[in-house]
Design a protein around this ligand. Structure first.
Ligand code: SR1
Ligand code: MG
Length: 430
């Protein structure tokens, strides 16, 4: 890590980036050839940062630089550069706990809010692949290893109380990013907010219903409080399919700039929500009825396996001997203790599943009525078709959030999704 003086920040566009990288011997050697010949392309399509791909005669790298504002909106929405520090911190921990599932870190400059990483090639953003109807056979095993390892080993089940509190403190300053989530996911979609948008006019009625739905307002507020006040583990914090790069044989989790200590169900729910949205969007991408059936079957199987494999791996880690200060072994001695501890583990997972279902619902509704949408739905050109897919997703999400107890198992979620696949919602006039 390079800890240049604060105040040295400047946005590095192509020429400045070339000069900067040319001054770093290791990266210069990795890229190879003359710096003047390096190919530099800005490829950032996320909401916040600049991302460059740099290719030289012998290799390539990815360079991410935080902007002092939200890229999606512009300079009117300032955002602290410190998020690059938290991203680096999170990525370093994830690399230690889930080796091979995040990009290798090659360089970090605190003052420039800039990180250089391994170039992931030929990986693509998973969301793009799913829009195209591609199945990813490695995904379940990789993402469940990533989540089980990063969540378990940063929780009180694995850490001493002192280490856990130090870790919470290390991320506490990332509150501006948490505030984005608190506003955009847990508040704005349920009230009139300038930056909300939806597929109008078809979803105008549904948007108005959301604003009057007091059961939903209670449910989302409970989830918001859980998000704000439950530092269970180090979260990725934005674990959607746009934060995952894949090939059919590899999975890499990127972009943990929203990392903080929060409720585990927020990460697991993010993965499930984005798979479910890909499922509902799929009908809108069909050119011929039924042509994406195999993909849709795979998506729902994946939803089921993501939960079941995550739960299995998490429990295996716990049973293998948790060294954390929670559930002291001395209180669970003997056969009776072992039985009670196992029952407690099952209850823990049931509670985590309920959180996951609620957060998955919140993650779905924000992508349909809030500021930041996803290409799963946005690339459905026919607005009426898009609204139908979105309304199906919202119907499931509302039930998951308000009647969470009606979804005690992951198959209850996939069963309900399957039933909504061809449901015809009433749309507002258009
Ligand atoms: C203003 S940032 C909007 C969204 O982009 C990120 O990917 C997060 O999901 C955030 O909520
Ligand atoms: Mg991101």
């Amino acid at each position: 890590m390079t800890g240049d003086r604060a105040g040295d920040y400047r946005i590095l566009h192509e020429a400045a980036l070339r000069d900067y990288l040319a001054g770093l011997p290791d990266l210069k050697a990795l890229l190879g050839g003359e710096p003047a010949a390096w190919e530099i392309t800005e490829v950032g399509d996320g909401n916040l940062n600049l991302v460059f791909i740099v290719k030289g005669a012998s290799g390539g790298i990815a360079v991410k630089q935080a902007l002092p504002y939200v890229r999606l909106v512009g300079e009117s929405w300032p955002l602290p550069l410190s998020r690059a520090h938290y991203e680096y911190l999170a990525l370093s921990k994830q690399a230690e706990l889930a080796p091979g599932l995040v990009p290798a870190l090659l360089h970090h400059n605190e003052a420039l809010a800039l990180t250089v990483m391994e170039l992931l090639e030929p990986h693509i953003i998973m969301r793009k692949g799913m829009v195209a109807g591609t199945q990813y056979p490695r995904f379940v095993d990789d993402i469940t290893t990533f989540m089980a390892q990063t969540l378990f080993f940063t929780s009180d089940l694995a850490l001493s109380a002192a280490d856990k509190k130090e870790a919470i403190a290390a991320f506490a300053g990332n509150h501006a990013l948490c505030k984005i989530t608190e506003d955009l996911i847990f508040t704005d979609p349920y009230r009139i907010a300038e930056q909300n948008r939806w597929t109008a006019p078809y979803l105008d009625g549904l948007a108005a219903e959301l604003r009057d739905d007091m059961e939903l307002h209670v449910a989302i507020s409970r989830l918001k409080l859980k998000f704000m006040a439950s530092p269970e583990a180090q979260l990725h914090g934005d674990l959607h399919t746009g934060s995952i790069m894949v090939t059919e044989r590899q999975t890499r989790v990127i972009d943990p700039e929203f990392a903080f200590y929060g409720p585990m169900g927020f990460d697991v729910g993010a993965v499930l929500a984005n798979l479910l949205m890909a499922y509902f969007a799929s009908a809108g991408h069909e050119r011929v009825p039924g042509e994406r059936q195999a993909f849709e079957i795979w998506v729902l199987e994946t939803v089921e396996q993501v939960w079941s494999e995550f739960a299995r791996k998490f429990l295996d880690l716990w049973r293998a001997g948790a060294a954390g200060d929670a559930y002291p072994a001395s209180l669970f001695a003997g056969e009776n203790g072992a039985t009670r501890l196992e029952a407690e583990r099952q209850a823990y997972m049931q509670r985590l599943f309920a959180d996951t279902v609620g957060f998955a619902a919140a993650k779905t509704i924000r992508r349909i009525f809030g500021l930041a949408h996803n290409i799963d739905f946005e690339l459905i050109e026919d607005a009426r078709k898009r609204a139908i897919s979105e309304a199906r997703a919202v119907r499931l999400a509302r039930a998951m959030m308000v009647e969470t107890g009606a979804f005690p198992a992951i198959t209850d979620v996939t069963g309900a999704a399957r039933k909504l696949r061809d449901w015809q919602p009433e749309l507002s006039a258009g």
